[in-house]
Design a protein. Structure first.
Length: 640
């Protein structure tokens, strides 16, 4: 690229708070700053909550990527545990036709591959504990064999056992996901198996190895006196643990730097080899019984650990306060203000919350045929909003932007580092976070917890909105007649009583019309109840049309209706009843039914004395109506 355009690189990764990913990310970021490249990390925390629905929500972030706005991609699919997600990412990036660097995976010859040797150093580790420390019974804690690195390390372990005449016992192998919790589970499985304790436990990475050591110590075993433990990656924590972990040192930071640099050169038109091989080497240390050869400054280590602990304490306080305050938020605006206030306390100078369109209009599952039809689950809505954009002290928002653009506001210049993280509740997609130009997502132990707390609070607001909506609907069912769509008796009492009390205070006259439909039984018997319901609805329309001057009407009973309001003129009775008759005649002419819709009406206008009861006046209007109904000589509502 020679047009001066800033290069945009997308990185697919999971678990960015892990030390392996941290090391590679640091390398990528260093190179991005050097070459003035913008890097966007699309990251999930899948596979850590043992919850399939939660993982769906996390992995959905990879569906946000619009490769058309990126010039190249770096894939750390070896960090993504779900094979189907990895497959989808690979297929999408292939379709995009952009240059791709993938780490530790030679399955795709069309991609550039940076591979760090996993076999040679692992073999040396296993040979070392057999030949130098006389280990004969050896257990193995593996990563997922769908992962190329895990497969290589496992095969290296099996190969060395075979060359030393040691038979593999599959009951002494635990297959995990490269997570620390797998080390705990592995030890518990080994102990509960009833098999004799091994001489050594070889782990496929340091996170699991550290957990194995700590769990063994919890059961009373000493490392390396009782059991040798080894790891892989030679992470900072593994080097400084006591005992220091025998491990494999890999140039992870160098791999990250190289990945970014290769893409810059490729985009500039340079020709590069498709595969770059980096070597690794074993580091023999205290956990296998060797002397600790680490020369790291202990003073620097103490400072680092203290800083880590203090930062963690600070982040926990922020999380606790945020969670507490968010629990009291009752609307979206209040929620966003709270998030903005506490998020900036993390030290993040640039961040945004992006929400799917109509995220708060999604009904509860029980109200729809399925979650997928009522709630965003796969992918993101075409339009998004950004109710919170914080940029170096300035708070703004964007009402609408295209999700294909990903960023609600374009970034200026190059060298920007952006982390795009999923915002969801279980499998349900609410939106995503964008955190830019800070290391909070990769260095804080609380980043993921903070994300979940905010996501839960937004979901709570959504539920509160719909709870209020449901309450409103239930309230309407309580006061509205479902057939005629006017007040029922409950609605009339609730609304008329307050008006009646005001009339008392203002010494106003009250008008009440009591209306009883004529001939409903004959319509039902002759034409069916469906036709009878139709006639009732049409009569209700006429009655509602007569409710001028702020009067209200209601269906008082089966075929009984009422009109209620203030009376300011002596001729209100005649005006109302004439209008009622006129509207009935007009409706019958339009409908041209084989019957006439008719009703008897009785209206009174009365002063409201201090002791007057509303229902006593309704009774008077009812009596007027009844007297008129008796005087009707014939029923004229059926046409012969």
């Amino acid at each position: 690229m020679s047009d001066g355009k800033i290069i945009e690189i997308a990185v697919m990764v999971a678990g960015i708070d892990e030390e392996y990913q941290n090391s590679i990310i640091e390398g990528i970021n260093s190179s991005a700053k050097k070459y003035n490249v913008n890097v966007s990390y699309f990251s999930a925390f899948g596979g850590i909550m043992t919850n399939t629905l939660f993982d769906i929500g996390e992995y959905n972030i990879y569906k946000l990527v619009n490769y058309e706005i990126f010039d190249a991609a770096i894939l750390l699919t070896n960090t993504i545990g779900d094979p189907s997600e990895k497959k989808a990412i690979i297929e999408n990036v292939k379709k995009a036709g952009i240059p791709v660097v993938i780490l530790d995976c030679d399955d795709y010859p069309e991609f550039y591959n940076i591979t760090i040797d996993n076999s040679a150093a692992m073999k040396e580790i296993v040979r070392h504990i057999i030949t130098e420390h006389n280990a004969k019974v050896i257990n193995f804690v593996s990563g997922p064999l769908a992962n190329t690195e895990a497969e290589d390390r496992y095969n290296a372990f099996v190969s060395v056992l075979s060359e030393n005449g040691i038979q593999l016992d599959i009951d002494r192998v635990f297959f995990g996901e490269f997570r620390a919790v797998d080390g705990v589970s592995a030890v518990e499985q080994f102990i509960n198996s009833g098999l004799p304790m091994p001489d050594a436990i070889v782990c496929a990475n340091d996170a699991m190895a550290l957990a194995v050591v700590m769990t063994l110590e919890g059961y009373g075993f000493k490392v390396p006196e009782d059991v040798i433990v080894t790891g892989f990656d030679n992470t900072y924590n593994a080097r400084h643990y006591c005992p220091a972990i025998t491990s494999v040192s890999r140039p992870l930071g160098n791999a990250g730097e190289l990945a970014c640099e290769m893409l810059v050169k490729i985009l500039r038109g340079e020709k590069l080899d498709k595969t770059v091989h980096l070597s690794s080497e074993p580091v023999f240390s205290e956990s296998c019984g060797c002397h600790n050869t680490v020369n790291d400054d202990i003073t620097d280590y103490k400072k680092t650990m203290l800083r880590l602990v203090e930062n963690c304490r600070y982040d926990i306080k922020i999380l606790d306060k945020l969670t507490s305050v968010l629990a009291e938020s009752e609307d979206t605006d209040e929620n966003i203000r709270t998030i903005s206030k506490y998020f900036r306390k993390t030290g993040c100078k640039q961040y945004a919350i992006c929400l799917c369109s109509e995220w708060d209009n999604a009904m509860l599952d029980d109200w729809g045929p399925s979650a997928e039809e009522t709630y965003q689950v796969h992918g993101y809505t075409e339009k998004m909003s950004a109710p919170l954009i914080y940029n170096k002290g300035e708070v703004t928002s964007v009402d609408s932007f295209d999700s294909k653009d990903i960023f609600p506001v374009p970034f200026e210049g190059g060298g920007n580092i952006r982390y795009i993280l999923p915002l969801h509740f279980r499998e349900r997609c609410l939106g995503y976070y964008i955190i830019s130009n800070c290391d909070f997502p990769t260095k804080s132990f609380l980043c993921h917890s903070l994300m979940m707390s905010i996501s839960n609070s937004i979901e709570n607001i959504r539920k509160l909105i719909h709870l209020n909506s449901v309450i409103d609907e239930l309230d309407k069912l309580y006061v509205i007649d479902p057939l005629c769509s006017i007040y029922n008796r409950n609605g009339f009492i609730r609304n008329a009583d307050s008006v009646f009390q005001t009339m008392k205070k203002m010494n106003e006259n009250v008008l009440i019309s009591f209306i009883d439909m004529d001939g409903l039984k004959q319509i039902n018997d002759t034409y069916g109840h469906k036709e009878g319901d139709f006639a009732l609805r049409k009569l209700a329309e006429v009655i509602q049309n007569c409710c001028f001057n702020e009067r209200i009407c209601a269906r008082f009973g089966g075929d009984e209706f009422i009109i209620f309001g203030a009376s300011r003129h002596s001729d209100d009775i005649q005006v109302l009843e004439n209008e009622f008759r006129r509207q009935l005649t007009a409706m019958n002419a339009v409908l041209a039914k084989p019957y006439s819709i008719d009703a008897s009406i009785g209206t009174i206008v009365s002063a409201v004395e201090p002791g007057t009861k509303l229902f006593s006046l309704i009774t008077k209007a009812d009596q007027v109506m009844y007297e008129r109904k008796k005087k009707k000589k014939t029923s004229r509502y059926l046409r012969r």
